[in-house]
Design a protein around this ligand. Sequence first.
Ligand code: TRP
Length: 363
Amino acid sequence: MNKVILTGDRPTGKLHIGHYVGSLRRRVELQDSGEYDRIFIMIADAQALTDNADNPEKIRQNVIEVALDYLAAGLDPKKVNIFIQSAVPELTELAFYYMNLVSVARVQRNPTVKTEIEMRGFAGESIPTGFFCYPISQAADITLFHGTTVPAGEDQKPMIELTNEIVRRFNSIYGPVLNECQILLPQNQACMRLPGTDGKAKMSKSLGNCIYLSDSAKELKKKVNSMYTDPEHLTIEQPGHLEGNTVFTYLDAFCTDDDFARFLPDYPNLQALKDHYTRGGLGDGTCKKFLFNVLNDRLEPMRQRRAEYEQNIQGVYDILAAGTAAAREIAQQTIAEVRHAMRIDYFEDKELIAEQAKRYKGE
Ligand code: TRP
């Protein structure tokens, strides 16, 4: 069986370093590993519209931001298909068939959807039907491309479980057309859910606690310097705590031993730095300066690539158009298989037509 990656992001804003360690960095490694037959990266504008119906302009403006962030992060359009979800109408069709295979109760049990409904403050049953159904549409996103591997955060786990349930149900009713998939989770706990710079559970635009991939060195420095650390660590001499200390969580997600050799050679590795911090005698300033250097080292090549692509916006749309055309080719093949399995490919179904013609002639 082919190995196929399918993943994506809602274009509701620029991508931040949480997106990067959560999935984007992995995608670039996978693209360069050469182990995958196809890689599809989807800008999920249709999904973003499920809770932004009144603000389509936001989505419209952010498609290019996400595309620029992808390219800046190192996704190579020669190796991956970056495409726009709404431009592949086969996705909508497949999702519509899948809706018949999933009960309302099953979607309601999805913990990610539950939290999201709360977060968005949809009272009672005022939640848009499209938003409620997005996990089902996400199953279509993955399976339409015969995705085998979905690099994504932990919050996407319930989607993958549902996807595989739909696959099994579909195949058992209509025949073996679809394949199951696996989630590929981030490397460690810090990458799984990178907190905001204020120490809050999640980076979110509305909380103003994000470090964006496109932040300048100056913005980055300001954000790192104001990061949440250990409120009980008042003097350098005092022992510091690591738990909930955002600076160390970010270091867990980003730094390598090589970074110590380059930026903080007094320590061989992160463990040595942590030991000193918890022993006492190490100030937050030193750790923040180191973190700034590490992050800046990762972001600088992205800024440069972004700046180049920003000078050629038409070229970026051309990349999206080409990626979308390639995605549609696969999409049309799969949807033809699906229709055939469901026996709704009427015009191709010579047997059906002949049998009915015969019946009506009274033969
Ligand atoms: N839900 C993802 C997000 O919030 C975007 C997405 C849509 C996705 N379809 C997908 C991710 C399929 C992985 C697989 O950003």
